[in-house]
Design a protein around this ligand. Sequence first.
Ligand SMILES: *Cc1c(COP(=O)(O)O)cnc(C)c1O
Length: 428
Amino acid sequence: MPDRSLSESLFARAKRHIPGGVNSPVRAFRNVDGDPFFINHAKGCRIRDVDGNEMIDYVGTWGPAILGHAPAPVVEAVREAALEGLSFGTPNPLEVEMADLICEWVPSVEKVRMVNSGTEATMSALRLARGFTSRDRVIKFEGCYHGHVDSMLVAAGSGALTHGKPDSAGVPKAFADTTICLPFNDQEAVEKVFTEEGEKIAAIILEPIPANAGLIFPQQGFLQFLRDITKKYGALLIFDEVMTGFRVAKGGVQEHVGITPDLTALGKVIGGGLPVGAFGGRADIMDQLAPDGPVYQAGTLSGNPLAMAAGLAQLRELERTDAWNKLEQLGTVFEAGVHETLAKTGKNYTFNRIGSMFCLFFTDKEIKNLDDAKTADFEAFKKYFSSCLENGVYFAPSQFETGFISTAHSEADIAKTAEVATKALAGL
Ligand SMILES: *Cc1c(COP(=O)(O)O)cnc(C)c1O
């Protein structure tokens, strides 16, 4: 067992003045019955805790670190930008560059506005969809995460046509009533809602490849079906690509599957590790935003020059190095390692991967939706997680998270990971 005494004492101290000792709940390791470690150094694919333990990292700060931690071009861009000033509160040239780049890479985005987090991006896109359509109701899918937006913190009601119920204290029932929460990949359920109240639906919002309940793939035709039915009823289709944007492909899932949403939410990779989000889409919809239109949206630090510099440097480095190709190659090597490990240890677990995103579900079931993901053996996952961590490999501390490979992972790192994982699985 690695010594984590400095982390332990920091956590005890953190709990005195930070609720639960953390600034975002998943960091508390509750899903694995553990205590978090504190990191003060991260470089490439490795993170180092305050006690000096080094780990190969597959969390990548929950998605942004696609080039690994602290990539030199990004760090340098932030340093240079900082010397010119930290925030201006006026338009700045970097945000124009960022807007041009996003619109070029993600063609469904004709106009884009920068925000400071993924939550802000989805929240603003939803308000805009409601303002544009003059309708209130939104369809979301169970297991899709859209940040901690009030109307998105809802669980399915009983039966497809009942509206959602609050999934967090503090969310008014009236807000949850505006959200209809359906099982992912269930065309029939969506059709039923549109037949009954299609003229009240402002939008469908989804992660086109859900990556917050493990990693789930849309079934053949599902995304096209959503595109068609929203068009038919005058509702908007919102792709939440906060996780997948610039990661599964240069232009996100929408490029990969060739489907054009009306609005897109972006985050994570786009900020190069700094707090950035963005939402954009059809120009006629985006023009409804203030100051041109009646839908209010604003941000003191939106388009911040440091954040724009970091994001631009990261995106350009991805393009310069053809990173998506490299990530697919590394992903293929990783996947082969997983299958070998499973075969060696006699486990029949389901492994899902696209490019650099992956999830090992501790079940042999095919995963089509959240209910399938819930059939996983969580006790086995916890043991596996702890064993890997003890041996220097950090996977996300929950069965419901996606893992990330970065361009900084080498084949040697992946081979070492396979060794550790084999030992962990054999010990179950
Ligand atoms: C992480 C995430 C969000 C929320 O982004 P924050 O920056 O944490 O607010 C929204 N949607 C998806 C798909 C995400 O993965």
